[in-house]
Design a protein. Structure first.
Length: 304
């Protein structure tokens, strides 16, 4: 088995796009961030946090990986936002060289099988059995892995934890032989194809979800209304969009304390990512029914 550290510049260059797919909340974004080595995709315990196709780039030796993180495929709700997210998943699968199907180790439910039915049969699929550190006793995995292997001929089945650097390194090495030989698609130091404006909105949305917990419906979103650079300073004005007035009160909190904390934590993460100071202003606005309004879904930056 090849580890990423074994890849040398003497080998022919390889470049490929890899879709990371799975049902909601199996750790796709955590895995992307670990593979890229930077936090470019937001994470939270709330299902359906990822809503966009997010590309992350990693160059190791002679290989360059272009990872496409996708929303969790939606089977429960069919409003306009979820239909947009599902189209993002199916479009990504049609364009890649390799697929990583992420499962929660020891679990194979109906939603997982729905994703399985979408996987291409003409390209290699690597199964990542994530969160293996949560499975006890470990012997419980053996019959589950056998059941998984009987579903179809996968390129590899990799039990691992996305939080372990050694496991991530091993997965990179496993992927290398499945990448086509050819020139790289991005500069060696590239991390993502997304703009700073997009990343700022995602960081703020992550803090919104993390600090409101299950109180706030996942349909809340963030819109960047101003993004200007004045020397080293990024001046950002953002709106948190909620569906109802009582949701607005949840976000603001008593005496505005929750909104202040959301804004402060988001600003600190933006400054870390951008490497410069950020002046951030945040408002909360109500737009009833936006998640089932196709025009609003488009206006708020979600793919059609």
């Amino acid at each position: 088995m090849t580890n990423a550290s074994d890849i040398t510049g003497a080998e022919p260059r390889r470049f490929g796009t890899i879709a990371i797919v799975g049902r909601p909340n199996v750790g796709k974004s955590t895995l992307l961030n670990a593979l890229v080595g930077a936090r470019i995709s937001i994470t939270s315990h709330k299902a359906q946090t990822t809503r966009h196709r997010i590309l992350g780039v990693r160059s190791v030796g002679a290989a360059q990986f272009a990872f496409v993180d996708t929303p969790g495929f939606q089977t429960r709700h069919q409003h306009a936002l979820n239909r947009s997210m599902n189209r993002t998943v199916t479009a990504a699968l049609a364009e890649v060289d390799l697929v990583i199907w992420v499962l929660e180790a020891g679990r194979l439910g109906a939603e997982d099988r729905t994703v399985l039915d979408l996987l291409p049969t003409d390209r290699p699929v690597i199964v990542v059995a994530n969160k293996i550190d949560r499975v006890t006793p470990r012997e419980r995995l053996f019959p589950w892995l056998a059941e998984l292997g009987a579903l179809r001929p996968f390129a590899e089945i990799v039990p691992m934890s996305a939080n372990r650097a050694g496991d991530v390194e091993r997965l990179l090495g496993i992927m290398v032989p499945h990448l086509p030989q050819g020139d790289w698609g991005y500069e060696e130091d590239a991390l993502t194809d997304r703009s700073e404006r997009f990343l700022a909105a995602e960081i703020l949305r992550e803090k919104l979800f993390r600090l409101t917990g299950d109180e706030l419906p996942y349909t809340s979103t963030v819109v960047i209304e101003q993004f200007a650079q004045e020397g080293a300073l990024r001046r950002i004005a953002a709106a948190i969009i909620v569906d109802r007035e009582n949701h607005k009160a949840m976000v603001i909190g008593a005496r505005g304390e929750r909104l202040k904390r959301i804004s402060t934590e988001a600003r600190k993460d933006m400054e870390t990512l951008f490497g410069s100071p950020v002046f951030l202003e945040v408002w909360v606005k109500t737009r009833s029914g936006w998640a089932d309004d196709q025009a609003a879904v488009r206006a708020f930056g979600y793919e059609d």
